[in-house]
Design a protein around this ligand. Structure first.
Ligand SMILES: *Cc1c(COP(=O)(O)O)cnc(C)c1O
Length: 423
């Protein structure tokens, strides 16, 4: 699954022992494996082989420039959700025609940037956005290739906060109202309604919801074509789940099974396809390495207090996520595993990585690795509690490089200033 494994008694990232990186960049830090990123991208691409398709990595899952450059070299396109991400994708070397732009609140400035850079497709999520884009495109004498993102009203069976395709969610255009908006789009200047887009959520662990959504999309293609539309692209979004704890492996669908389902549901339509995987590419390719500060025993439990906090990895606090945690020193056979609660230093009770982990005896100074932190990890971090953003390190066999360094205190507060009356 990934390349974080024990060798000679120590957890390694590929061929680099993690204590060596900790010594070089300090803790906590994110660490990404080139081999795992490559493997995951390849597995996904192979799963959809034979389909006329583009894999547009969802940059919001991991937007580090080095990670994007690696994926761009492997042939990935990009799914972007802001002007910043669009610029980043271009800087990483993603060809503009392989970029799709999603999101419910694109500003005029962002839409203009998208048209100016000639990206492949803009996924429109509302009538006002459609009219704004039309005005900008017509004004610039350009035609925007668009898809309407439809809301298929499907519950993906994932966490509430990452479900996006139910009728009460803010995303997309109701699949019932979409046909009439396509007719509006056809009449508007500067708009070519070329496709349909759908994305129903993230960390989806069964194929059923995808299948329901894709069948609705397939139905809509048939209806729109009968109405004279030249529908030629389908953007099927991302959302495939990954194993977070070891016993998840059995429940997560494989990319291969997903690919077969895609063929079954929309393969016959002759459309060019786009996929927007994020988590399945980057999730298991990254870990967060942290050092134990204190071991605190109370009447009820043992707290392992580490130097990473919810500001560095918010998923447990935000989505009730469980991540496997490993000791960097390999447990010995005779070690008795003890139940511990792993918490950070941030002044919030929500600052907890695991409620009950079974770990070998731990002492201050030990290193722990929080697994499956490569997606929605570093990108969602903040400097809450005036803690510097943590460095990110990329490993390739026995080499490693800090692809983002830790900021100094002065850099952290450089944007702040005192008004004259407080000086
Ligand atoms: C977040 C997002 C994705 C990526 O989802 P994953 O679960 O990481 O694969 C893809 N498309 C859109 C529109 C998104 O918002």
């Amino acid at each position: 699954m990934h390349h974080f494994i024990y060798k000679n008694g120590l957890l390694h990232a590929e061929d680099v022992p993690l204590p060596q990186i900790a010594k070089a960049v300090g803790t906590p830090f994110y660490c990404y494996s080139t081999a795992t990123l490559t493997q995951q991208y390849t597995i996904f691409s192979n799963a959809i082989e034979g389909l006329n398709a583009e894999v547009c990595f969802a940059i919001k899952a991991n937007s580090n420039l080095a990670v994007l450059s690696l994926l761009a070299k492997l042939g990935a396109g990009a799914d972007v959700v802001s002007g910043g991400e669009l610029r980043l994708a271009l800087k990483a070397g993603v060809p503009s025609e392989k970029i799709v732009f999603s999101g419910v609140g694109k500003t005029e400035e962002e839409l203009r940037l998208a048209l100016d850079t000639g990206i492949g497709q803009i996924n429109v999520e509302s009538e006002p956005e459609l009219r704004t884009l039309s005005a900008i495109a017509a004004d610039a004498g350009k035609t925007a290739l668009i898809a309407l993102r439809i809301n298929p009203d499907v519950d993906p069976g994932s966490h509430d906060k990452i479900s996006t395709g139910r009728r009460t969610d803010k995303f997309g255009i109701s699949w019932k109202l979409a046909p009439s908006l396509y007719r509006t789009a056809r009449e508007l200047p500067g708009i070519d309604p070329a496709g349909i887009a759908v994305h129903i959520g993230s960390q989806i662990t069964s194929l059923g919801p995808f299948e329901s959504a894709f069948l609705r999309v397939s139905d809509m293609v048939t209806k729109l074509r009968a109405d004279g539309f030249n529908i030629r692209t389908l953007d099927l979004g991302g959302g495939l789940g990954v194993p977070y704890v070891h016993d998840d492996n059995a429940i997560v669908p494989t990319p291969k099974a997903y690919g077969d389902m895609v063929r079954r549901t929309v393969g016959h339509l002759g459309c060019k396809l786009a996929f927007e995987p994020g988590r399945i590419i980057a999730g298991n390719a990254g870990i967060l390495v942290t050092r134990v500060i204190y071991v605190k025993d109370t009447e009820d439990q043992r707290f392992i207090i580490v130097d990473a906090g919810m500001n560095d990895l918010v998923r447990p606090a935000m989505y009730d996520a469980n991540h496997d945690v490993l000791t960097v020193t390999e447990p010995r056979l005779k070690d008795v595993l003890q139940p511990v609660e792993i918490v950070g230093p941030v002044c919030e009770t929500a600052d907890r990585f695991t409620k009950e982990s079974y770990l070998p005896p731990i002492k201050p100074g030990d290193l722990l690795a929080i697994l499956t932190a490569g997606a929605y990890g570093a990108v969602m971090s903040s400097s809450y509690n005036t803690r510097p953003l943590v460095p990110e390190v990329m490993v390739r066999s026995e080499e490693f490089f800090a692809i983002r360094r830790r900021p100094h205190f002065e850099e952290m507060i450089a944007l702040e200033g005192l008004p004259p009356w407080l000086k």
